[in-house]
Design a protein around this ligand. Structure first.
Ligand code: SGN
Ligand code: CA
Length: 613
């Protein structure tokens, strides 16, 4: 198993404009305000004029799982609260990330610069927080700033009046938080999405200086793998039947080596134990009630699948249903938390002068191409949802089709605050688009770059360019190209790179790519890592421990016989009285479907205790 990272760089035509300072500098804004209402204190009036910003950010949220975007899941898994933002504001249909991976996306947002310039190209990197970031500039410009939830940048946040973050990827149940004072252990019974929004509202109520405008980043863990939903949604979401994507059984013909050799299929990579929860796991982060509700639902599913033992394509279909149930229940909870925040903004009277922005760090495959995860420059992963509400400014029900990006967020926030946009930031403020303007010089293509190979999910390094109709991808380590005509082939099933009819388009897109690389000062890619094995276990992310703290061997799965199962040569697994048992030591194991015939158990390694729910 290997993984790759994707980096997307964004390009704009006539790009010089993006680096110009905002026309309304903070000085101008404050003068205006003082004139308008001389009786009020400057900070008071200033904060009225300058909008607050609530940035709600999720992790791996496909736009196909937001009902406002339509699509196959809209009726079965609606998101009424997210839809409310779209209805009362703007739905952006073409928001792309520069690199479809968590840390890199966050670093781009902090800095307004592509990964190669902010230095954070892979999740394993550590963000240099001493560099210029938008929260520092906002703080200097008179804003109160806070970040709550997933951070995932390795180093401590800077430029925030308050930070209260999940360590690393965080956990779904009883999440620990980290503050400047240290680790705050999780509270049993708490669910991460609710905890993040609860702490955010606490800060709005009690933590901030109410004389200043604020910028709050509400950053969710959900719906990141392993998609552990809150128990109140389990029954409902596991009993639905989710429509499949048309290309669930993609055979990857018509595309090159990378699509054929990735490691992110539901068929092979999706794990029955970890992803589909078909083996009991440590639940010491759950309280008794949660444990009971959880086991009631999953014991039932487990018993059912063991009876049916789906094989081959049926097993893929079964996994897809399991995957959607968990993923979409996490989304439902996220949507509920968005409702909680919107309600609070209404009740507190803050709504009127607060810009609410919803986005994800990148998209995600929900079975399209037979995949989960992201990293590729294909549409599902490249795009993120972007919804914006700005009462009195953004026209309700607007749909914006311009090409925008996470590269733009930093400058947008600064512009909203009436502050200068540093000339070395590489995006464009979206404020004019929020205001319904149609800037003539808007970009018409974006640049993407993913840097991580070998790595989890084995996506090859590539960069590329997308405009409104075409997408060109270059897997440069292989020197393989793919070109898609998104109008004729929106699902990206057949590259037309070698089709003579597209020769002119190919030439044009290659020119665009070269232009963007130059414009964004993209250096040659770092050397390809060689010789690193990236097979499990991966201590930093770990896998489930089986053991449940019992003194004896633990019963596993259907427990009949190990005959015909792939098993290790040591004594860590055996059959006792007709039951398959694991050694009491914490063991990490993987269940794979190999050759699509049956479940296969693989014991991978021992590992120390990790933070798993
Ligand atoms: C973990 C996941 C991967 C995922 C990366 C990056 N494996 O490693 O599936 O691609 O995170 O995700 S897991 O077994 O630990 O869930 S990111 O959103 O943080 O970039
Ligand atoms: Ca992510």
């Amino acid at each position: 198993m290997r993984t790759t990272c994707i980096i997307l760089l964004i390009f704009a035509f006539g790009y010089g404009c993006s680096n110009k300072p905002a026309p309304n500098s903070s000085k101008v804004a404050s003068e205006k305000v003082t004139k308008a209402d001389p009786k009020k204190s400057k900070s008071d009036t200033f904060s009225k004029k300058r909008p607050n910003i609530v940035f709600i950010f999720s992790d791996d949220h496909s736009y196909k799982a937001v009902s406002a975007y339509g699509g196959r899941l809209k009726d079965i898994a609606p998101t009424p609260n997210l839809d409310r933002i779209a209805k009362e504001g703007i739905r952006f249909d073409n928001c792309f990330v520069t690199n479809a991976l968590c840390g890199p996306s966050r670093a781009v947002i902090q800095t307004g610069k592509h990964s190669h310039l902010n230095g954070f190209m892979e999740n394993e990197h550590r963000f240099d927080g001493n560099q210029q970031t938008f929260p520092k500039l906002l703080q200097k410009g008179g804003y109160q700033t806070a970040v709550i939830g997933k951070w995932h940048l390795g180093t401590d946040p800077q430029g925030f009046d308050l930070w209260n973050i999940l360590p690393g990827q965080g956990t779904y149940y009883a999440p620990d938080f980290r503050t400047p004072k240290g680790l705050v252990p999780g509270t049993p019974g708490e669910y991460v999405t609710e905890a993040v929004v609860g702490k955010s509202i606490d800060w709005l109520k009690k933590g901030r200086d109410k004389n200043k405008p604020f910028m709050l980043m509400v950053q969710h863990k959900a719906p990141h793998r392993f998609w552990l939903p809150p128990v109140h949604l389990l029954e409902e979401y596991t009993s639905k039947n989710y429509p499949e994507p048309e290309n669930l059984f993609d055979d990857y013909k018509g595309r090159g080596t990378p699509a054929n050799t990735q490691d992110m299929t539901l068929r092979v990579t999706m794990d029955l134990a970890l992803d589909n929860k078909m083996v009991p796991f440590r639940q010491d982060r759950m309280n008794e009630t949660q444990r009971k509700q959880w086991n009631k639902v999953y014991d039932g599913i487990r018993a059912d699948v063991l009876k049916k033992r789906p094989q081959g394509d049926d097993l893929v279909r079964w996994k897809y249903q399991r995957y959607m149930a968990d993923y979409l229940a996490c989304i439902k909870s996220l949507d509920e938390s968005v409702g909680t925040m919107l309600d609070y903004l209404d009740e507190s009277g803050l709504a009127e002068n607060t810009v609410v922005i919803y986005a994800s760090d990148q998209g995600f495959f929900l079975g399209e191409h037979g995949w989960f995860d992201k990293r590729f420059m294909y549409e599902e992963s490249l795009k993120t949802p972007l919804l914006v509400r700005w009462p009195g400014v953004a026209k309700p029900g607007t749909v914006n089709k311009q090409m925008v990006s996470n590269l733009d967020f930093a400058q947008t926030f600064l512009d909203l605050a009436g502050l200068d946009q540093p000339s070395d930031m590489q995006g464009k403020s979206l404020k004019p688009l929020f205001e319904g303007k149609e800037p003539k010089d808007w970009r018409d293509s974006i640049y993407y770059h993913y840097y991580c190979f070998p790595e989890y999910h084995a996506v090859r390094r590539h960069d590329g360019v997308r405009n409104s109709r075409y997408k060109l991808m270059h897997f440069y380590d292989l020197d393989e190209w793919e070109l898609f005509d998104l109008e004729k082939d929106p699902k990206e099933m057949k590259s037309v790179h070698d089709d003579p009819k597209y020769a002119d388009t190919l030439m044009h897109m290659k020119g665009e790519l070269a232009k963007l690389r130059k414009q964004y000062k993209v250096p040659p890619a770092p050397k390809l890592r060689k010789g690193e094995t990236l097979f499990p276990p991966w201590p930093e992310f770990g896998t489930f421990e089986v053991g449940l703290g019992n003194k004896e061997w633990i019963s596993l799965f259907d427990g009949k016989t190990l005959n015909g199962w792939h098993k290790p040569d040591n004594d860590s697994i055996k059959v006792v009285n007709g039951e398959i048992h694991l050694s009491p030591d914490p063991q990490v194991f993987y269940l794979h479907t190999r050759e699509f015939t049956d479940f296969i158990l693989e014991l991978e390694a021992k590992m120390p205790k990790e933070n798993f729910d």
